[in-house]
Design a binder for this molecule. Structure first.
Ligand SMILES: [Zn+2]
Length: 130
């Protein structure tokens, strides 16, 4: 386990969240189980970037303005609408941005440039899937 992952686990623990690494999952955060799932077969940098991104989603949830900011995805209405797509994309990009801020705040070792490269690849898949 890298020091970055340990620092993130500690940070998450204060928010009552934990991380489970599993080879059969895609990275996601479960707000009912208070758990972040991370694919265990990823490289260390990808794991760190994935955890940071999910921490970004956690941060968004803790922000009380979040529901007003992205009302459509949160009401799960008109799921296939352009509005929902744009809000989902916004949600993902904001989560990546918050994750990047945490690199500095927690003094992590992952390079910002490396993180941004992984962010770019992930955001490209969200766009490609639409
Ligand atoms: Zn996400």
């Amino acid at each position: 386990m890298t020091t970055d992952i340990k620092k993130l686990e500690k940070w998450l623990k204060k928010k009552s969240f934990s991380i489970i690494f599993d080879k059969n999952v895609y990275d996601y955060i479960d707000f009912e189980l208070n758990t972040i799932f991370i694919r265990s077969t990823l490289s260390n940098d990808s794991k760190v970037a994935g955890i940071l991104h999910e921490c970004g989603h956690l941060f968004e949830r803790l922000n009380e303005n979040f529901n007003e900011m992205l009302p459509t995805i949160n009401r799960i209405k008109r799921k296939n609408s352009l509005r929902c797509y744009i809000e989902t994309l916004t949600d993902e990009i904001i989560a990546w941005q918050i994750g990047e801020q945490l690199i500095g705040e927690l003094k992590l070792k992952i390079k910002v440039e490396k993180y941004r490269r992984l962010r770019d690849v992930n955001i490209k898949t969200y766009i490609a899937l639409s």
